[in-house]
Design a protein around this ligand. Sequence first.
Ligand code: GAL
Length: 849
Amino acid sequence: MIRKTRIVTGVIAAIALRIIVPLSAAAQVNKSMVRMGSSDVQSFDKEWLFMRYGLQPDGSRVEEPKDLESITYSDANWQRLDLPHDWAITGPFRIDLAGETGKLPWKGIGWYRKHFVVPSEDAGKKIFIDFDGAMANAEIWLNGKYVGTWPYGYSSFRMDLSPFVLIGKENVIAVKLNTEKWDSRWYPGAGIYRHTWLVKTDPVHVAHWGTTITTPEVTDHSAIVKVKVKVDNQQNNTVKADVQTVIYEFAENKTLGSKVAALKPLSITLEAGASAELEAQVNLNNPKRWDLEKPNLYVAQTIISVNGKLTDTYSTSFGVRTIQFTARDGFLLNGKRVQIQGTCNHHDLGALGAAINTSALRRQLVILKNMGCNSLRTSHNPPAPELLELADEMGFLVWDEAFDCWKRGKKKNDYNKLFDQWHEKDLNALVQRDRNHPSVFIWSIGNEVMDQRDVALTKHLVDIVHREDPTRPVSNGYNDPDGGRESGAVVALDIMGVNYFFNQQPKWDADLRYAKKPTIGSETSSCVSSRGEYFFGKEYKNWQITSYDSAKPGWGCSPDEQFRTNAKYPHLLGEYVWTGFDYLGEPTPYGSDETNLLNFRNDPSKKEELKKKLEEMQKSNPPSRSSYFGIVDLAGFPKDRYYLYQSHWRPDYPMAHILPHWNWNERIDSITPVHVYTSGDEAELFLNGKSLGRKSKKENQDFRLVWNDVKYNPGELKVVTYKNGKKWATDVVKTTGEPAKLALSSNRKQIANDGQDLAFITLQVQDKNGLTVPRTQPEIHFEIEGPGEIVGTDNGDATSFESFQSPNKHAFNGMALVIVKAKPGLKGNIVVKASSNNLTSSRANVVVQ
Ligand code: GAL
């Protein structure tokens, strides 16, 4: 049965009304605030059944039997699991699979089924299932009846189960995903890899993503908070709905804080099947701003009642902040200039694959924040909702991106196949879902799309986004910025996004069409390196890349070079480095990824050169399965570059960092360059107490200090740095002894037993004095005791084919990682033990609460 909906658009005038539901009663409805939106929302992640068909991990095929969606299908032998689930991360890695998608067997057909009872008291309610993301080509059935489809694996979507629900009985939902019909330039993951939610509402309720909160006027003393609410009447008779929104502070533990304002109550008469939007506003006194240091949040709680009966309580978190984008003075947050110090990141979480985990994501963001990163680009697709929740809470600005391609694809079966039918639905889903997050400050309609010169198409997509959110600018990441500006497509954008190519910036700054267009480095640098690897006189060896932070593909540049460009064009809004973290897939320069050639569409000579290299590469069949672009490696261990960005992005944080390590037995008396990254402006280097000279940085020219003539001798390398003539920070690197022991340290002392919370435990191979030994790769065995389990291991080596789930892992340059989770519901002490031949073992404790 298809529900007929009459959409009454336009703003309904505010009508004062008595308020029928006591506010205190309503506020109690959603105490834990696990999820914004309707109050009756339950996690739907537990106890799914899974079976894989089509392509199997070993490359063989298993054809799908018939009737997998039927209520009576016998699924007793299916794998039991909880979501989020990425069916491909268990591998195995296969040398014959493409490096660009991680050499993992992610192509296949996955079926999920779940049996659940809808109790009789839910009779008459609307029952929805919300998917935060399912990779890919999702088709959904309930009790054998087809409910709907959503092909784009990164979009969040809702399915209305109500027409097919069996009340008071067992129901069976079946979900088919098909990644054989999806192509990607990176590892996309496979499966229901984000959370699912069961939402129950009265038929008169706030529509899905039905609130829009804006703050059109903000001063230090007051802010106008405008709340637009879309109400659905999904029952068979006309109703008069009373609607009121009350604003609370958002307290730390995701609960409602003090009540700070109440909007005027409104009412609306809605015919059967109709929807309408209501709008009201209120003055918030002395608003606490959302900014990067203190990201204060509020919650708007909207209450709907019909004839005095509460029918919905809907929560929306938001923040009060102003954003301004200028062509001359950069980006202003709350009136103050903020230089964008951003990183691009793909969605995978390393050893955990694409399966979203808030704890893992939070760890990544903490690492980025400590580096001085203040903005995230969700390259090149809609992120998990948790990324935006964390960005709101931790104080990051987000460049929220929709697509990697439009009508013309980069791969055979990428979004080009979906564009015509789905682009508007996917854009709506992104903007409607994310438009109340204060962290989101720029929408991006694309990345290096093949049709980036298309004026009409660009305008069409910008118009859709503006229709859904007129308060934020729209951008697009260009790898052909000159072509885009020449064609006029960029005229339609609010902000020009330049990937890598800034050479013609002065010309465009002078062009009247673009003189007022704010411009940002939507993608920069693409420097590549392997943690702890240093080569002399070359950059590449054994499928690894030197960590002197100089190597880059033909279109890229070193971090320092980009800093110089930024200094030359101070009016640019800032940059997004490719990338914050290493990610699965795209192991440039050891990839056979032809899509990299797209960067050379304007320079055929370079393209030819790269094509030849690529052919060579394809013949040698590299084992690389993850990227080298990250400032931080796949295991979450900072590479040297981390400190280069920190030195520049946190100028007031006293720090110094020396590279390389100082274990070069075979290089006695050989020239071994030493580089120092510091937020100071001068430094003196000492080898075994003897000064190797004092060097200083030229402003906006030098971003590292380099001693190119150091002759290696074992011992101690020490740097003392200065700022404005005063001692600032020091760093010491020592030649270590032989590996003697293992040392474990956990990022968390306590974790929750909710089946999600994680502790990331770092292993270091140390000498007898506790110094981490570089250039050592012993095999480590991890064990766990107590109420926990090992959910992943990694070492940051882009060429490792060891399973991410194996308790055995070789250290890579003296380090490895083990990720543990508490067994749901249990309490006590987890003890993780690491052992290895001839090395003293180590233990780490994590308390489960
Ligand atoms: C860019 C592209 C990214 C990534 C990067 C590698 O051109 O937008 O997705 O491929 O190159 O340098």
